[in-house]
Ligand binder design. Structure first.
Ligand SMILES: [Zn+2]
Length: 254
């Protein structure tokens, strides 16, 4: 018991220390001089505020997130057209893509990548499915960092929309599950992330977390956001538009 308490206190002290101190950030803009001012005035403040926040959202007793994060710009051809990626604690940013998206998705994209740094998944014998990893990154980005942008609504009319479509579709599913079944001491996304981080994810996770298997959750999530088919909506709109006319016609008739 004493041992446990000491370990717990040590873990808590580590987390607190990190929160107070933050991490060390390196921004290498040598490959992107045009982005230097933007990186310093727009990106850096978000990084300094959100990396510690992400680490705390995904905290787990005994786990220590990287305390140093590196950002560097690379040419589009080196990035093979991909906007950004993360290797360990280094985030590579596509110079051309960033130059074209400063007013759009640039910062949100970095928030997504910082989640990967904080996830720090080990590559074990049972690596986390990538849809879990990417879904959590987009959940943090679209629902916690920029919820006002509503950037993650899937097309529910598409028959192929599923909880494991990854990225923003999975993010939308996670948000639904969190709102409907969350509310305990530890959010469901945090437990999911811990399972993935420890190479312990299986579909059984959903049953334990919500009492329902993932196929049932998938079905009710889609049901909750289903809309009547377009023709029916059009029919309803026509009937609504007709209604006042008919009424005024009736008044005239009287
Ligand atoms: Zn990603």
């Amino acid at each position: 018991m004493k041992k446990l308490t000491t370990a717990f206190l040590a873990a808590a002290a580590m987390t607190l220390g990190f929160a107070a101190r933050g991490a060390v950030y390196h921004f290498d803009t040598s490959g992107a001089p045009k982005l230097a001012a933007w990186t310093d005035t727009k990106l850096r403040p978000v990084v300094e505020q959100w990396y510690p926040r992400i680490c705390s959202l995904l905290q787990e007793p005994g786990f220590k997130p990287p305390e140093e994060v590196k950002f560097c710009y690379r040419e589009d051809r080196q990035m093979r057209g991909i906007p950004a990626w993360t290797m360990g604690n280094a985030i590579w940013l596509n110079r051309q893509w960033f130059e074209g998206n400063l007013e759009g998705e640039a910062i949100g994209c970095v928030v997504h990548e910082m989640v990967h740094v904080a996830q720090a998944y080990r590559r074990g014998r049972h690596p986390a499915p990538s849809w879990v990893q990417e879904g959590i990154a987009d959940y943090v980005r679209w629902f916690l960092y920029e919820p006002y942008s509503h950037g993650a609504r899937p097309n529910f009319r598409n028959q192929r929309t599923r909880y494991d479509n990854s990225y923003r579709t999975t993010a939308h599913f996670l948000n639904y599950v969190e709102l409907k079944y969350g509310g305990g001491n530890t959010p469901i996304y945090r437990r999911l992330n811990a399972a993935a981080r420890n190479a312990a994810y299986s579909d059984e996770f959903w049953k334990v977390a919500t009492g329902k298997d993932v196929a049932a959750l998938d079905a009710e999530w889609k049901q909750a956001f289903a809309r009547p088919p377009r023709d029916e909506l059009r029919g309803r709109a026509v009937r609504k538009a007709d209604a006042p006319k008919r009424e005024s016609q009736e008044k005239k008739d009287r």
